[in-house]
Design a protein around this ligand. Sequence first.
Ligand SMILES: [Zn+2]
Length: 369
Amino acid sequence: MSGKPSVAHTPIHSAAFCLTLLLLAASPAAAQPSGSRDIPVVRMPLAAWVASRPHALPDTLANFETPPDRITKFRALLQSLVARNWAQAAAQARSMNYLLVMIRDGGRTFVAASDDSQTGRDPTVIMNLIPRRDFIVGAPHVPFEPGTGEQAAIFLGDLAGRAAIIAGAHRCASRSFTACDGTTDVCGGAAERFRDSDAGHNVTTLYHAAHVLLAARWPSSVVMSLHGMKEDTDGVRTSVIISNGISADDTKQTVATRFRTMLGRRITQPGAVVSCNLPADAVHDFRRLCGFTNVQGRSVNGDANACRGNVDEGTGRFIHMEQDGSVLQPYAQGWRQIGRHAYNRAFISALQRVLPSVRGRDNDRERTD
Ligand SMILES: [Zn+2]
């Protein structure tokens, strides 16, 4: 019950209302996220869409060379996506056998570009159309490290980041090796150089091209690389290892170190969460899985040669995170209930505090260059 008139249907209000309707009709971009004429729309959780993508399986490719003109085309496609030129992006995607799809997940809208060949060789790049945090999240080792792709989708959505980059091929898909340094035993059991299909260790992939382009387009963004590791079988059980990718103690409080400190307020078991750059954490004698050879990390830390050599001083824009099965399994197998998962709640809360915000005018400054 109210003594006031419920609706004020004065001529002025009606005229204003009609004008608004007219403007909305004439300007689809204002009425709804534009692009549905050029890009098909699906309504589903982003994590479900990411989980449905194909991936080239281990040892199924002779090599992982990418023709330079394909890298050039991919960059042009990403520039169109950043500029929100959907018609141009749709044509460019078709020309390189990429699928473009607009994903509506609740009130969020994303545009994803994904390898549409049957091999699932090349990466998926997802742009968030309403970003609030200057954040690019990457999962270079999908599907070898199960859950990292879904985790990237959940972080992008829940943190309102700018973009996610998710590997296509399994890191061991190719039988050839990368020119970049470092060794691993993950593909064959014995230590060998990284395969050239390993997106975290090859600078001539579309994955790395997307990383370089987006990290340069948003020069204040923080880039996070998500990984999975085996459980500790003895000693202190370390579940999360964080690094800023720089082989040195952190005296500058980089975002990775602040993230580790924030996480430690929620995950209080000693040694469960550690940082490669925090001298106090050395007492836990954890495995040195610090991402020092990760090429996206070297690149965003300003290393002139991302393929070789260590970074001892960097920009501090990188967060490398290794996680054991107890942390990642809920993303791989139960992401629909991820809100109940203590680690996910801790990650989201800590990242909300340490990631930079997108400044108000940034969204209006999208360019085509
Ligand atoms: Zn990894």
